[in-house]
Design a protein around this ligand. Structure first.
Ligand code: PBG
Length: 334
């Protein structure tokens, strides 16, 4: 490849294709690489024993009883995944208007976190702080008689919830509720109780998105009335995402997050350039379901589309990706 096979001297000076000629050259100049270190695996836990039930709209994802969840987490840790994000499926009988089960010290999340930290202590356990799995109405906050979501009373409950999760051994708490001021209130309470090393992964720019549909199926947590637009963000807003992120940083967030990921790659990119904190992105249930559904039809190459999708999230600026593909990707990356 040292001489030009054409006899004439070409008049092209710059030939970007030179660096794409072989796999080795391409690997050398690859700007973004996906690593198992980027992955956070969201997992669903339900009460009971010896059961694992597939979520219809999320093929390959299951609700696990704690015993089987522990086995899954051990396997996932073996694959090199550093962190899991835990979401509970709460039985209807334990739900109420105020989500009080969320801070039960003997609750499903609390007991499961304790068991995980005993069985697989090295894995980073991230717990969700939001009321929707625990409320009869399915909203992330307390409501008044008109159905208005109340901010400050909700924050008080979120604080109790975060504290009880920290007490059970969570490494990080992840408020996904979008109430105002919750990061500061949670940070203050954690510090006051001595949990100075429990981190906060803040869902800073969380949009009111139709891409959460399959997740709500998984948890039976769809709102019973209205929508989440008075607390989650409007899809049209980018500057507001920066505002929300700066507030969370000022209030003490350790990691900020954009959610969903794919329809919001521009937001990930902007937030990356505005902060030096680690930026996470949530490749949400609807994004996962679309790839799975098309692959099941034989319309796309699942593995390649999955890898390309996650790479795009990383290239946009995410350091960490919450994804239901985490286990599959970890197996591929070896
Ligand atoms: C609720 C919560 C949701 C998700 C994570 N935490 C749904 C919602 O806000 O209604 C969605 C995750 C996904 O779709 O994968 N606090």
């Amino acid at each position: 490849m040292t001489s030009n096979p054409d006899s004439s001297v070409p008049n092209i000076t710059h030939r970007p294709r030179r660096l794409r000629r072989t796999p080795a050259l391409r690997r050398m100049v690859k700007e973004t690489n996906l690593s198992v270190n980027d992955l956070i695996y969201p997992l669903f836990v339900m009460e009971g024993e010896g059961k694992k039930v597939e979520i219809t709209s999320m093929p390959g994802c299951y609700r696990y009883t704690p015993d089987l969840l522990l086995e899954e987490i051990a396997a996932v840790a073996e694959l090199g995944i550093n962190a899991i994000a835990l979401f509970p499926v709460i039985s209807e009988s334990k739900k109420d208007d105020t989500g009080s089960e969320s801070y039960n010290p003997e609750g499903l999340v609390q007991q499961t976190v304790q068991a995980i930290k005993q069985a697989v202590p090295q894995i980073v356990v991230i717990t969700d702080v939001a009321l929707d799995p625990f409320t009869t109405h399915g909203h992330d906050g307390l409501i008044d008689e008109n159905g208005t979501i109340l901010n400050d009373p909700t924050v008080e409950v979120l604080v109790k919830m975060a504290l009880s999760q920290a007490e059970s051994g969570a490494d990080m708490v992840a408020p996904s509720d979008m109430m105002d001021g919750r990061i500061g209130a949670i940070r203050k309470a954690l510090d006051a109780e001595g949990y100075i090393n429990v981190g906060i992964l803040a869902y800073s720019a969380k949009y009111a998105s139709a891409y959460y549909g399959p997740f709500r199926d998984a948890l039976d947590s769809a709102p019973k009335f209205g929508d989440k637009k008075t607390y989650q963000m409007d899809a049209g807003n980018a500057r507001e995402a920066i505002k929300e992120t700066f507030l969370d940083i000022a209030e003490g967030a350790d990691i900020v997050m954009v959610k969903p990921a794919l329809a919001y790659l521009d937001i990930i990119h902007q937030i990356r350039s505005e902060t030096n904190l680690p930026v996470a992105a949530y490749n949400v249930s609807g994004e996962y379901a679309m790839i799975k559904a098309a692959a099941q039809q034989g319309w796309i190459d699942e593995k390649q589309v999955m890898l390309e999708t996650l790479l795009s999230i990383k290239r946009a600026g995410a350091d960490l990706i919450l994804t239901y593909f985490a286990k599959e990707v970890a197996m591929i990356l070896g």
